[in-house]
Design a protein around this ligand. Structure first.
Ligand SMILES: Nc1ncnc2c1ncn2[C@@H]1O[C@H](COP(=O)(O)OP(=O)(O)OP(=O)(O)O)[C@@H](O)[C@H]1O
Ligand SMILES: [Mg+2]
Length: 271
């Protein structure tokens, strides 16, 4: 906190939905230019936190500064500095890739000529320039996601939030997006990354926070997290499971062990 190179400073941030505390008094900071992995089981509070930092959800209490601006007091200032790749794709199927980007560029008040220059640059960086004049509706999930990432970068943000950017993508596209995140990192863009793919978080992140039930339960470099558990060649998945447990988080999780027991002839093997 209060380190001038911190681009995000979060203090006691809380979000309640009626009687559910989705984010429970979390504090952390992100240094300018780092890739910050934000990990946690389903329902842990990652997306809720990201939405508060992007000014899409109002915190119940606590404070968050992004690029020195308060997300509650100066939301429009915050929005000038950030890009968001949300869990859901935002693209119009009946517009081409370039038309989509021009449309969003106008929403973001970017001058027309500038939008085309930026859109061309980002589509090229994401290996999508060949398809820039094709309708988004004809694209594969991976192609759509690459246009979606280009959209989030149109404002040339200092900070980009990527909420599960490789979800549902094939290994080739996932690799290309990971390489792209590395390039953003090399160009000094701050990246907040959520993912359930532990090797991805391990490979890309400078620092990692693990959130569970709305609380941050660990925060360190991937190296230190792995060194913190007593296991030879520990992986980030080992750390994650050690800290968050092996119970699944769906409401119906209690039924799963018996289903497994049935499948394995009554011998449920717990590793
Ligand atoms: N608008 C909302 N109204 C009520 N409850 C909500 C709302 N948004 C999220 N929640 C709840 O808040 C909790 C945290 O949800 P959140 O989406 O932040 O989790 P997450 O860590 O992003 O999970 P996942 O890995 O599944 O994306 C969950 O219990 C979720 O059901
Ligand atoms: Mg989420």
């Amino acid at each position: 906190m209060n380190d001038s190179s911190d681009i995000i400073e979060v203090k006691n941030l809380t979000k309640k939905f009626k009687d559910l505390t989705a984010v429970d008094g979390i504090s952390f900071s992100v240094r300018e230019g780092e890739v910050f992995g934000f990990l946690g089981p389903n329902g842990a509070g990652k997306t809720t936190t990201i939405k508060m930092l992007c000014t899409l959800l109002r915190p119940t209490s606590g404070q968050a500064l992004v690029s020195g601006q308060d997300v509650v007091k100066s939301p429009s200032e915050v929005r000038k500095h950030i890009g968001l790749v949300a869990e859901k794709l935002i693209l119009y199927d009946r517009l081409t890739a370039m038309e989509n980007l021009k449309f969003f560029g106008s929403l973001y008040h970017i001058p027309k000529q500038e939008v085309v220059a930026r859109a061309t640059k980002w589509l090229k960086a994401l290996e999508m320039e060949k398809w820039q004049d094709k309708m988004a509706g004809t694209f594969s999930t991976g192609m759509k996601q690459r246009v979606n990432i280009a959209r989030a970068l149109l404002t040339e943000p200092e900070v980009i939030f990527l909420d599960e950017p490789t979800l549902g993508l094939d290994p080739q596209t996932s690799r290309s997006i990971r390489n792209f995140i590395d390039d953003l990192h090399a160009h000094g863009v701050t990246v907040i990354l959520t993912t359930h793919i532990m090797p991805e978080a391990d490979e890309l992140s400078d620092n990692i926070a693990i959130i569970d039930h709305g609380k941050i339960i660990a925060m360190d470099t991937p190296q230190n997290l792995k060194a913190s558990i007593k296991k030879d060649n520990a992986t980030l998945e080992d750390v994650f499971l050690r800290l968050t447990g092996r119970d699944m988080r769906e409401d119906s999780h209690e039924h799963i062990p018996s289903a497994r027991a049935h499948m394995f002839g009554g011998k449920s093997r717990v590793r």
